[in-house]
Design a protein around this ligand. Structure first.
Ligand code: MG
Ligand code: MG
Length: 257
């Protein structure tokens, strides 16, 4: 069964999602050539803990850090290293917070300095796919309507939609039912009901949809080494229009796509 959250539970998920949003805001100020991924991670961890939250990813199935930081051809689950950002990099930052027993989850892909026009197009389109997915997340629709919307948006532009990794319910656990694939058939899957809380997170590749798992057990990259982008919001299904609980509004205006 997919949990239907009460308004007071949704408030708690909103608080956690807001802290995730503010963490992205903080991190965005540091996205510059020369900053190490480990530095970004430690800034995020300090920021979350000083606000009374707990980094949700740290220790999750043994993941070692607060942020997943995925560079260029890395799709998701990149482990922060001593690598220093370079002009032209594309970097996805995924952040989760637990506070008051409820989770929030959101990801944003940033550009470092000047990137290629084709990279920027991929990022813009992936954001658009996220918006399309969220528009489909309304009471009475089905989970396949979300996937259909995302897939249409990405494939019309000639991009690859990752199949192996999906969005998910979020609430008392970081990952709950239902799975929210970024592909699907209209009118398929469970019926969405007001009060379901979902993390919608298109992972869109510039080239092939196929991915490769690295030996570290975490890092997932594109099979053809082309770029990948990832944007994610935590949303609550409502009648007529989903409510977005996370936010990109705190991200430094100069760092927004
Ligand atoms: Mg996430
Ligand atoms: Mg997620």
């Amino acid at each position: 069964m997919v949990p239907i959250r009460t308004e007071s539970e949704i408030d708690l998920i909103r608080h956690s999602s807001l802290l995730v949003a503010k963490t992205h805001g903080e991190i965005s100020n540091w996205i510059e050539p020369g900053v190490s991924l480990r530095k970004l991670d430690s800034i995020a961890e300090d920021f979350i803990r000083s606000a009374g939250g707990v980094p949700a990813f740290k220790g999750y199935h043994g993941f070692p850090n607060t942020l997943c930081i995925s560079l260029n051809d890395v799709v998701v689950h990149g482990i922060p290293s001593d690598y220093e950002l370079r002009d032209g990099d594309v970097v996805s930052v995924d952040c989760g917070v637990k506070m008051n027993d409820y989770f929030g989850d959101s990801a944003y892909t940033y550009v470092v300095g000047q990137v290629s026009e084709s990279a920027l197009q991929l990022l813009k389109k992936t954001l658009e796919c996220l918006d399309e997915g969220i528009l489909a997340a309304v009471d009475g629709n089905r989970v396949g309507d979300i996937g259909f919307a995302v897939q249409q948006c990405a494939e019309k532009a000639g991009y690859g939609v990752v199949r192996e990794l999906v969005g998910h319910g979020v609430g008392k656990n970081l990952h709950e039912k239902p799975e929210v694939p970024n592909y699907g058939k209209r009118g398929s899957g469970i019926v969405l009901k007001e009060g379901m809380v979902l993390a919608i997170e298109p992972m869109i590749n510039q080239g092939t949809a196929r991915i490769k798992q690295h030996r570290d057990g975490w890092t997932i990259s594109t099979a053809d080494k082309k770029l990948s982008a990832h944007y994610e919001h935590t949303v609550v299904v409502r009648k007529g229009k989903a409510e977005i609980l996370s936010s990109f509004d705190f991200i430094n205006k100069n760092k927004r796509i």
